[in-house]
Design a protein around this ligand. Structure first.
Ligand SMILES: Cc1cc2nc3c(=O)[nH]c(=O)nc-3n(C[C@H](O)[C@H](O)[C@H](O)COP(=O)(O)O)c2cc1C
Length: 201
């Protein structure tokens, strides 16, 4: 039995977000195909994610030393470390991650839990795990010059790799805000891709 953590990062409500339409298609198929797996839904807005608290970094270090799994920040890092699979649903915002998703990364990339500093430099502690990033974008980042500007999927891939999660796949849906596009068709294709990916994930 695997534990899948479904991380949702969008200010739009359920039903309004096109990203969530795609990721929900994935989750629905995944659940049907893996009825014994545990799927944990983590909507970062509903979870009340904040920035790392000011003046409390020493307290955070002490909590890591004590392995305090109930600590309001560390509980997210432990939950992350305990998952086997990750599905992230995010729109690109201003060429990068929605800020709440970056705040979440700051909660989970904690030395001593998800990575460690060694004499050879930092090493990821999370092994044999896999991630899928379901990302949507208003524009088109599939070729240059836009491709180089894209910092949302690239950043997430890098930071997951830093924590040891190198099996990282992306389903990117571009052009959702280009008014001449048939966005219904783009969404329908993306949902099909997501369902296909769910069968093998
Ligand atoms: C604050 C904000 C910033 C955005 N920045 C970008 C951007 O840099 N590049 C882009 O292609 N689309 C950008 N968009 C458009 C969204 O990425 C796009 O509408 C979204 O992926 C569609 O999915 P959704 O319906 O789930 O929000 C931005 C949207 C918002 C609200």
């Amino acid at each position: 039995m695997s534990k899948l953590l479904y991380i949702k990062a969008n200010a739009k409500a359920e039903g309004e977000s096109r990203t969530f339409q795609i990721s929900d298609s994935f989750i629905e198929t995944y659940k049907a195909n893996n009825p014994d797996d545990e799927v944990i839904e983590l909507d970062l807005y509903d979870a009340g994610l904040q920035f790392l608290p000011k003046g409390k970094m020493n307290e955070l270090r002490e909590a890591v030393m004590k392995e305090d799994k109930q600590h309001p920040v560390l509980k997210f890092a432990y939950q992350f470390a305990e998952a086997d699979k990750y599905v992230i649903a995010e729109p690109i915002w201003n060429l990068g991650l929605p800020a709440i998703l970056k705040a979440y990364v700051d909660y989970v990339a904690i030395s001593g839990i998800t990575f460690a500093y060694t004499e050879h430099g930092p090493v990821g502690l999370l092994k044999n795990k896999k991630a899928l990033n379901i990302i949507t974008r208003g524009g088109d980042y599939s070729s240059e010059p836009m491709e180089s500007l894209e910092m949302a999927d690239k950043y997430l891939r890098n930071i997951f790799g830093f924590m040891g999660i190198t099996d990282f796949t992306t389903i990117a849906t571009d052009r959702l805000d280009i008014i001449t596009e048939d966005t219904a068709a783009l969404l329908s294709d993306a949902k099909e891709k997501a369902k296909e990916e769910a069968l093998a994930f």
